[in-house]
Design a protein around this ligand. Structure first.
Ligand SMILES: [Zn+2]
Ligand SMILES: [Zn+2]
Length: 214
């Protein structure tokens, strides 16, 4: 399996390329401001991108989707409950002029809880993990987890941004969907370094601690 992380942009957001080295097929996850770098990486590696998949559609994760769609000629997929967050993109672009002229990409298909996205001989299982946004998802491929802004090393996502629900829902999504996975599974978040399910189970204050979640 190929996992490439391309961090970039004002919020240092992680874009991922997830591929099958046997077939050279791959998907592009959360292309934001670093989209040019991601496209260069794709071209140099010779990977054949079949889909753009977003964990959620905050501006720093979606700003590069339109450009990637045009460059790669592939479809854009997200969870249906994420659509209102995507629709709010022009408002976010006004609030964050640093992103420049951000276009709302057309959705080509939906992915939902339990779906499996084929990447060559690999399958990425979709977990719906609402909290950070309504339609936020995580992906599990073998023993690797792409966690978006749901779970970070030592922390969890904010719930006070567009589409955010409550800390209670976010933490219960993490416990029900991610903390049932084995300790050895690697977790690759939307910001910051990778971690493992075991490390977060033991030391993340939102999960392991007695933090009072209201
Ligand atoms: Zn986010
Ligand atoms: Zn983010």
């Amino acid at each position: 399996m190929i996992i490439k992380c391309i961090p970039g942009g004002i919020f240092l957001t992680n874009c991922y390329i997830l591929g099958d080295e046997d077939t050279n097929e791959a998907i592009l996850i959360d292309p934001g401001e670093q989209v040019e770098e991601a496209l260069k990486e794709i071209q140099e590696s010779g990977l054949n991108i079949t889909k753009i998949v977003n964990t959620h559609t905050h501006i720093d994760h979606v700003a590069g989707v339109q450009k990637a769609k045009e460059a790669l000629g592939v479809g854009f997929y997200l969870h249906p409950e994420e659509e209102p967050v995507l629709k709010a993109l022009p408002e976010s672009a006004q609030r964050f002029p640093q992103f420049g002229d951000v276009k709302v990409p057309k959705i080509d298909g939906y992915i939902e809880e339990g779906d499996e996205i084929e990447i060559g001989s690999l399958k990425a299982k979709v977990l719906h993990t609402p909290g950070h946004t309504w339609g936020g998802i995580c992906l599990v491929i073998d023993d690797q987890v792409i966690s978006g802004d749901t779970l970070f090393a030592g922390s969890v996502g904010r719930v006070d941004l567009t589409g955010g629900t409550s800390m209670r829902e976010l933490v219960s999504s993490i416990k029900a969907k991610l903390m049932v996975l084995p300790d050895s599974y690697a977790v690759h978040p939307g910001h910051g370094p990778s971690t493992t399910i075991g490390i977060e189970r033991r030391s993340n204050p939102f999960i392991a601690g007695d933090l009072l979640i209201l």
